[in-house]
Design a protein around this ligand. Structure first.
Ligand SMILES: [Zn+2]
Length: 185
């Protein structure tokens, strides 16, 4: 009997960028430091703190756009996405909702039927939230991750099975590691 349903898969992939400092402040991005030793008034959203964009993060995201055949925007801007969550002391995330840095790209993947084009709708920059640690005594907050630069890659819904999604992710991972955009986990 024929399967009545067809899987339609689009992906949203978050990739940590290989920068020395955070997206909007000078705090270092080293992984595994003691909790709350790599944060400042900017990344914890204290009143009056002003974000300053990390040039290297923009360069790396644009590089990812070029490597995936995207158009790189000549004009882009950031938006505040307001929401409450305990790992977000600022109460908003700075992201690119309206004008992403990169748009309309693609990657070619290998499938049993031959090469297939997977569209990339957009690549934009945003900052990560903090990390919650759930202990028996209660939940603890580590702000070291607040403001870590992320690149979000959003594909078109062009994949039709898990093998295609896996092939896309492997290809994307290969590119960002080879180009020095992100680091291996
Ligand atoms: Zn900071």
């Amino acid at each position: 009997m024929r399967n009545a349903f067809e899987p339609v898969i689009g992906l949203e992939v978050h990739i940590e960028l290989k920068t020395k400092t955070k997206l909007f402040c000078g705090c270092v991005t080293d992984f595994g430091a003691p909790p709350n030793t790599q944060c400042c008034p900017v990344c914890t959203g204290m009143p009056g703190a002003l974000p300053v964009l990390n040039r290297r993060a923009v360069e790396l995201a644009a590089l990812a756009g070029l490597a995936t055949h995207c158009c790189i925007a000549s004009l882009t801007h950031f938006d505040r996405k307001n929401y409450f969550y305990p790992d977000l002391p600022k109460g908003y995330q700075i992201t690119q909702q309206e004008k992403p840095l990169c748009e309309n790209g693609y990657l070619m993947i290998d499938t049993p039927q031959g090469e297939k084009r997977i569209g990339i709708r957009r690549i934009h920059l945003e900052e990560d939230a903090g990390k919650l640690l759930h202990e028996p005594s209660g939940t603890l907050l580590d702000c070291n991750r607040c403001g870590i630069p992320l690149m979000e890659v959003v594909t078109e819904p062009d994949m039709r099975n898990a093998d295609e999604a896996t092939a896309f992710l492997r290809k994307l991972r290969e590119i960002v590691l080879f180009a020095g955009i992100s680091m291996p986990a």
